[in-house]
Design a protein around this ligand. Structure first.
Ligand code: ATP
Length: 233
């Protein structure tokens, strides 16, 4: 793969349940590649995500297969087994552990690491495992998602991590135009060049009611969902 930029390689991790991966995820990933000149994005379907411990989720194998199909023909998109539950113990996967694993693999190689989330997920960052260490560990790209105000993102960040008061901030909020929130060691980049209403929940609902999902997921993913009769019940 040709480097996207002349500087150190820029690598992003995009974690998710991906039940299923949809065109909103792809739009976010493409916008992030363009804006941050990313060389590679690792799509990491979660084994057993702690925040979805209650509801049933589709088998990891199906979710991973859809990630693989969505990455086909996209040289910068890499399907990752980093959170596959290889032990079969059904243990939870935590983002901080995944980020650390990638960092140790990258140790010694000059690179820049980002973690991509949607605004909805980032607004909950305080509930993730070890949020201080996580936000200290790599830069974040937070994608705009309709219905989730990006001007509240700073409120989700523990106060001790903020580098200094933002000139544009008023009582801990950033202006909706702020493109980045500097933290003590890292930066939270706000990706506003994308806006997609698509959600996995919406897709599962449409399938349940026998409605088309054409255009809402990549074509090969749609074909896979159809062949495997996923989300029908
Ligand atoms: P569900 O509807 O089941 O909650 P989802 O559509 O949010 O699923 P996930 O796999 O849980 O999909 O999301 C993985 C990551 O992608 C999360 O950080 C989420 O915020 C982000 N994301 C998902 N859909 C969008 C979207 N339309 N726009 C921006 N970010 C998104």
């Amino acid at each position: 793969m040709k480097p996207h930029s002349s500087g150190v390689p820029a690598i992003a991790l995009f974690g998710g349940v991906f039940d299923p991966l949809h065109s909103g995820h792809i739009a976010v990933a493409r916008a992030a590649v363009r804006k941050y000149r990313l060389d590679a994005i690792f799509f990491i379907p979660s084994g057993r995500p702690p925040h979805k411990a209650q509801g049933p989720i589709t088998l990891f194998e199906h979710r991973y297969a859809m990630v693989v199909l969505a990455c086909a023909g996209e040289p910068r998109f890499i399907p990752s087994l980093a959170e596959a539950d290889t032990s079969g113990a059904g243990t939870f996967s935590y983002t901080i552990d995944t980020v650390r694993r990638f960092q140790s693999q990258l140790a010694g190689k000059a690179s820049r690491l980002f973690f991509i989330t949607g605004a909805d997920a980032f607004l909950q960052i305080g509930t993730w495992k070890d949020p201080l260490a996580l936000l200290d560990s790599c830069d974040f790209v937070v994608a705009h998602r309709p219905g989730f105000p990006v001007n509240r993102l700073a409120d989700a960040i523990p106060a001790e991590l903020r580098a200094q008061p933002q000139p544009s901030a008023r009582r801990g909020r950033v202006s909706s135009r702020a493109a980045a929130i500097p933290l003590r060691r890292t930066t939270v980049h706000v990706l506003e060049t994308v806006s997609s209403e698509i959600s996995s929940t919406g897709i599962r609902q449409r399938r349940k009611h026998g409605r088309s999902i054409s255009g809402l997921v990549p074509r090969l993913v749609e074909e896979y969902i159809e062949k495997q009769a996923l989300y029908r019940a």
